[in-house]
Design a binder for this molecule. Structure first.
Ligand code: FAD
Length: 504
């Protein structure tokens, strides 16, 4: 029996709303109706500018042209995130995308590096990472692997322009946009499912399935359905961001900077037309005025607007799918943008949803349970990775940093840290977002010592180990030299011939 077409209603038109609309327009079954309701008067959060390489999967699935995408969103390339001062003032490490070093046989590189460290000749990880070597010298390369190694990249982009770009894409494929303020979410008295959105002015939008993309307001999943919220402030105490764009200046970095400050940290994201900046902090330890002053004192160009505070509560809805409603984006919850994960989690929510696309009018309790379990796993593991950056700081004597170093940790993070400390081993469970290499870079960068390494690494004679490290370093350093400067590469790329994501 054929399925009947579904009427999807998307509430909200920020990044989450238009990403959902574009994906449904591309993939939902023929005959589906897709309506998006948004309010220009309310607007969107307007930040969210740094991504991770998985964004290629989303853009590629839509068939976007990469050069056009970068032009339309005033984007730039991103090879990783630099963490300045997170270990101690004056120190910097990078969580760079892509591989680090070279493993041998069964063993990943980290064991050889740990052994070389014990022997006293291991260099910082940056010397063995193609992405970091390129990033630190402001280089960019795309296409054929250099020295047999991929150079994965992501983007920085203007989130408002990205949403506008996807809106054009979605409307061209039949999505209907309705301008208006949602005044009421009407429930079906019998089933408790959402029946319709009622707008100011009386318009009623009925549907079979509703996607809540109303941002922090979470009008449907929380306001109407009372999903509940798991507050994670006891793990990640920052609860505010102060954001301000500024004119271009300083290095046009092919990486995001996360700079530790007295209370919290500052992001710096270079775009074609401006730099995005913000300070993430704890309101219990820093006032808005102090946050604005810190931010304004640390810009590379003239501010282009007044600093804007954005309050948030770190955590997630207890369930992301309830009845005939799915929460996507900020409506689902929020974790600070330390590892640029929010847009990725929008994308993964959409892709998980598409894999079990609901059918009109049918309850699917097993599917909903599966979805929520997957989603919780994903969010908790990302949370653990963020907490790692804070707990392992060595900024002794600074109240904020002393506080976050001594906080209780999630049991899942403690288990990972114990494993690393004992044996230099990193376990990536199921489809956790961050790979062993990502954990390795942050563990090493934050100075978390491993007492041991896998003894199989001792099979390599010391002279050969030294040679392995030296040769890897030299090959990567040489591979970076001919690469173009990021700015030149970007300028040539956005004005050159069209290229689709699949060729990235
Ligand atoms: C400080 C900060 C920094 C961030 N940095 C990053 C980053 O670097 N990388 C990253 O991946 N993510 C980042 N994010 C997250 C990212 O911004 C969001 O995940 C993303 O923008 C999605 O937002 P959204 O669409 O869920 O919500 P919003 O952008 O807030 O959109 C909500 C939509 O709902 C509509 N709406 C609300 N109420 C109503 C109503 N009553 N009637 C009609 N419409 C309504 C609004 O008009 C709007 O269209 C950051 C977030 C914050 C707060």
């Amino acid at each position: 029996m054929a399925t009947s077409p579904t009427r999807f209603v998307i509430a909200g038109g920020g990044t989450a709303g238009w990403m959902s609309a574009a994906a449904l327009a591309r993939f939902a079954s023929p005959g589906s109706q897709i309506t998006l309701v948004e309010s220009d008067a309310i607007g969107s959060v307007g930040v969210g500018e740094a991504t991770i390489p998985q964004i290629h999967l989303f853009n590629g699935a839509l068939g976007l042209d990469e050069a056009e995408f970068l032009r339309e969103t005033k984007g730039s390339f991103k090879l990783g995130i630099a963490f300045d001062g997170w270990l101690r003032e004056g120190e910097s490490y990078m969580h760079a995308f892509g591989d680090v070093g070279r493993g041998l046989g069964l063993l990943p590189f980290q064991h050889y590096w740990l052994r070389a460290k014990q022997l006293g000749f291991a260099k910082p990880l940056q010397r063995y990472s193609l992405n970091e070597l390129a990033a630190r010298t402001m280089r960019m390369h795309r296409g054929k692997p250099a020295v047999g190694r991929e150079m994965p990249y992501a983007y920085h982009f203007d989130a408002g322009l990205f949403a506008a770009y996807l809106r054009r894409y979605a409307e061209a494929r039949g999505v209907t946009r309705t301008e208006g303020k949602i005044a009421h979410v009407a429930l079906d008295g019998e089933s408790g499912r959402i029946a319709a959105l009622e707008l100011d002015g009386g318009q009623r939008i009925e549907g079979d399935f509703f996607i809540d993309c109303t941002g922090f307001r979470a009008l449907l999943i929380e306001g109407a359905l009372g999903a509940g919220y798991d507050d994670w402030t006891h793990y990640l105490p920052c609860d505010r961001a102060m954001a301000v764009p500024c004119a271009g200046g300083g290095d046009f970095t092919p990486y995001t900077r996360s700079i530790a400050r007295k209370v919290g940290w500052q992001w710096r994201i270079p775009l074609q037309h401006r730099i995005g900046n913000g300070l993430v902090y704890s309101s219990a330890m820093l006032s808005d005025d102090e946050a604005a002053a810190t931010l304004l004192a640390n810009l590379d160009g003239a501010p282009l607007a007044d600093p804007r505070p954005i309050p948030f509560t770190t955590g997630k809805r207890k369930v992301h799918w309830k009845g005939n409603c799915l929460a996507v984006g900020l409506a689902a919850g929020f974790m600070e943008p330390l590892e640029s994960t929010s847009i990725h989690m929008i994308q993964s929510a959409i892709s998980r949803f598409l894999s079990v696309l609901p059918q009109a009018g049918r309850a699917m309790p097993a599917t909903v349970d599966w979805y929520n379990a997957q989603s919780t796993f994903e969010w908790e593991r990302v949370r653990d990775f963020l907490v790692l950056h804070y707990t392992a700081n060595q900024r002794h004597g600074e109240p904020f940093w002393d506080h976050v170093r001594s906080m209780d940790l999630p049991a899942t993070l403690t288990a990972k840290l114990d494993l690393w400390r004992e044996s230099g081993f990193i376990h990536r469970e199921h489809e956790e977002l961050f790979t062993e290499v990502g954990w390795f870079q942050v563990l090493a960068g934050q100075g978390v010592e491993a007492a041991g390494y896998n003894p199989m690494a001792d099979a390599l004679p010391e002279a050969d180990l030294r040679q392995l490290l030296d040769e890897t370093e030299v090959a990567l350093v040489e591979a970076v030299k001919p690469m173009a400067r990021h700015l030149d590469f970007l300028q040539a790329y956005v004005s050159g011939p069209a290229r689709t994501m699949e060729t990235a």
